[in-house]
Structure formats: structure tokens, C-alpha cells
Design a binder for this molecule. Structure first.
Ligand code: C2E
Ligand code: MG
Ligand code: MG
Ligand code: MG
Length: 284
């Protein structure tokens, strides 16, 4: 505590802490009005099938621009939205917006899966499944085109309830992905019982995969594990072309990363898709 550290250290730390605390309060205050101000936007990052080199899905990623604060990354404002409970309202908006957008892609002849990040606070609410069902009804999106991304820690927190929720989502035909796979505290036994479609290998394992033998072993093992359990695998954070032969060889199903595209606004994604219909994207 400050007392134990002595008066001087208290004095020198206090202003810093106050500033950070004030900053969080300010962000929270602004987040409260962001939905009304329409200052949120969803960007979409393509997910590419490695075998046929087609875009098969896109992950919706939340962007927030505040007039005063500028553009804040989700890693900064999502935790504040979660602490304050605002993530529920924000998450509702994200889900509806992403489904609405994906429905327009399908209507335009480009049926792509849309990945939506789900916060544990949303997932753990008893009304979650009904909410998702209602959004699908309202937007008319085919449930098999919705892919909910959840992290392993979130699934394990209330195992029984999580399992029940996942089963009900699967009964609707909705897809489930485990995000940031490999970074959680999970025991692998949960994969046996949880109905999961896709493992997304966390980008921290992909980053140095060509240089680092241990990362290579981890990535190879995750791909094998997933395939043995009839799941697909997406490599996240693929930034360079020289990773592709390794991922092909290991039979990784899909990739997502700056190499193919950064997250882009919905309109740009549509243009992208149009252009990519004729083009050969990468030659290996
Ligand atoms: P995530 O779900 O793991 O999303 C992937 C993140 O990796 C995105 O960061 C994306 O821009 C970034 N990324 C993609 N390709 C590359 C690459 O090649 N290299 C590198 N270095 N990064 C890459 P972003 O958009 O900043 O989002 C960060 C996190 O914020 C997300 O991680 C997700 O956990 C959370 N998030 C974003 N949108 C939402 C949302 O709508 N709801 C919730 N609950 N969380 C969200
Ligand atoms: Mg994600
Ligand atoms: Mg995530
Ligand atoms: Mg991730």
C-alpha cells in the first residue's frame, strides 16, 4: 500500500494513478454516448481458405472514433466497456450490424461467414441464445453464416452453463470458434465435450513460426488436434508470404492476417471481393 511505501512514493505515484483513473472514467463516459452518436463502426478482415485461395469469411472488428479522444483501439476500450457493463449494449449493436452486413453480402451473391467476437458478459447471460436467434430472424441471415468467437477461458468459467449455451447455439446451426487458441489456461479435456467448429490459433504463435521450433511444434500440434477432432483451423496474424508453404504443408485450413488484408470498412470489403473474383491472390 501507499503507507507501506512511505509518503514520498505515495506522492510520486498518486498523480499518475489519478490520471489513468480519470482517463478510464472519461472513456467510460464517452462510451455511454457512443451508440447514440453513431461513432462506432465495424471493420471486416477477410479469412482465406488456403486450399482454394477464396475468401470464405470475414471477422467483424469494432472501431471507435471519438471527436476528442481520436481513434482508440479495442484493446483499450473493450475492457472498460466490459467493466462498466456497457459491453452488453455495444455487443448487441455489433451482433446486429454484423448480421445485417453479412445478409447483404449473401443477397449480392457472395455468401461469406461473418465472425463476431463475443464478450464473456454477453455469453454468460441467460437470454444470450434468444437474443442471437432474434437477431437472425430480424436480419434474415442464414445461421450457418454466423460464427461466434469466444475465448477458451470464457468457456471454462462456468463450464456447465457454457456447454448448455453452446449446444443450444449449435442446435440453431450457428458456428462456434475458439479465439486466441493456445493462450488460455485450458485443460484440453473440454474440447472433447464442447461442440466447437473452429480453432483460431493465436497470432503470438504464428509471428515467429518459421524461426522458432517451439512455436512450430505448437502450431503443428494444434492443427493435428483440431483435425483429429473434426474441427477447422484458422491461423491468425499471418503477415508474411514466406509463412504460406509451412501452413500449406501442415494443412492449415484458413488464414487471416495483414498479408492478405488488414481489417477494412464494409464498403471496401465488397470492392475487394469484386476484384478478387478474377484475380489469383497468391501463387505458392
Ligand atoms: P481478436 O478477436 O483476436 O482479433 C484479431 C486482432 O488481430 C484484431 O485486432 C486484428 O486487427 C489483429 N490482426 C489481424 N491480422 C493481424 C496481423 O497480421 N498482425 C497483427 N499484428 N495483428 C493482426 P483489433 O481489431 O485491434 O482487435 C483487438 C481485440 O479486440 C480482438 O482480438 C477482440 O478480442 C477485441 N474486439 C474487437 N472487436 C470486438 C467486438 O466487437 N466485441 C468484443 N467483445 N471484442 C472485440
Ligand atoms: Mg476474434
Ligand atoms: Mg478475441
Ligand atoms: Mg484472436
Amino acid at each position: 500500500s501507499a503507507k507501506e511505501m512511505g509518503r514520498d512514493s505515495y506522492k510520486s505515484y498518486a498523480p499518475q494513478l489519478t490520471t489513468k483513473y480519470d482517463q478510464k472514467l472519461l472513456i467510460e463516459k464517452k462510451l455511454r454516448h457512443a451508440l447514440e452518436l453513431r461513432s462506432f463502426e465495424l471493420f471486416y478482415q477477410p479469412q482465406v481458405d488456403l486450399k482454394n485461395q477464396q475468401v470464405v469469411g470475414a471477422e467483424a472488428l469494432l472501431r471507435w472514433h471519438d471527436k476528442e479522444l481520436g481513434t482508440l483501439p479495442p484493446d483499450v476500450f473493450i475492457p472498460i466497456a466490459e467493466k462498466s457493463g456497457l459491453i452488453i449494449q455495444i455487443g448487441d449493436w455489433v451482433l446486429e450490424e454484423a448480421c445485417r452486413e453479412a445478409k447483404t453480402w449473401a443477397d449480392n451473391g457472395q455468401a461469406l461467414r461473418v465472425g463476431v467476437n463475443i464478450s464473456p458478459l454477453q455469453f454468460q447471460r441467460p437470454d444470450f441464445v434468444n437474443k442471437v436467434k432474434k437477431v437472425l430472424q430480424r436480419t434474415g441471415l442464414d445461421p450457418s453464416l454466423l460464427d461466434l468467437e469466444i475465448t477458451e477461458n470464457d468457456l471454462l468459467y462456468h463450464q456447465e452453463e457454457s456447454l448448455d449455451t453452446l449446444r443450444r447455439l449449435k442446435a440453431e446451426g450457428i458456428r462456434i470458434s475458439i479465439d486466441d487458441f493456445g493462450t488460455g489456461y485450458s485443460s484440453l479435456s473440454y474440447l472433447r465435450q464442447f461442440p466447437v467448429d473452429t480453432l483460431k490459433i493465436d497470432k503470438s504463435f504464428i509471428k515467429d513460426v518459421l524461426m522458432n521450433k517451439k512455436d512450430q511444434a505448437i502450431v503443428t500440434s494444434i492443427i493435428q488436434l483440431a483435425h483429429n477432432m473434426k474441427m477447422r483451423v484458422i491461423a491468425e496474424g499471418v503477415e508474411t508470404k514466406n509463412m504460406l508453404p509451412f501452413l500449406f504443408e501442415q494443412q492449415c485450413d484458413e488464414m487471416q492476417g495483414f498479408l492478405y488484408s488488414r481489417p477494412v470498412p464494409a464498403a471496401s470489403l465488397a470492392e475487394y471481393m469484386e476484384a478478387s473474383r478474377s484475380a489469383q491472390l497468391f501463387v505458392n
